[in-house]
Design a protein around this ligand. Structure first.
Ligand code: ZN
Length: 116
């Protein structure tokens, strides 16, 4: 499997939504000698499940699903997107009622994440 083929078949990161993940040796020793393989996200630095082969690591990564929030909750990024910041900044806020309007404006334009 070439580097381009490996990158093309790795699903986006279930945590940050970025496509920059790649396969590398994990810290976990393999029973066959050497190290097990895992997919790592170069954006949020999370690590996928380990496997004996690169193909196995990619398959395990791609089976992971984004977390499903409980009823009444939505997924939002730790760092608001530029669009969310603009939406929040467009609302005047001097009290808790207006703070609620800022929050709603930002949540309305959050990035969509599967399971959201
Ligand atoms: Zn990530």
């Amino acid at each position: 499997m070439s580097e381009i083929e490996k990158r093309a078949e790795i699903a986006l990161c279930p945590f940050c939504g970025d496509w920059g993940a790649e396969v590398a040796e994990s810290a976990v020793p393999s029973i066959r000698g050497g190290q097990k393989q895992a997919v790592y996200c170069n954006t949020c630095f999370c690590e996928g499940p380990t496997a004996e082969t690169e193909t196995g690591a990619v398959e395990a990564w791609n089976r992971r699903v984004a977390p499903v929030p409980a009823e009444g909750y939505v997924l939002v990024p730790v760092q608001p997107t530029a669009r969310m910041e603009r939406a929040g900044a467009s609302v005047t806020c001097t009290n808790t009622e207006e703070a609620w309007e800022v929050w709603q404006a930002m949540i309305r334009v959050r990035p969509e994440v599967s399971g959201d």
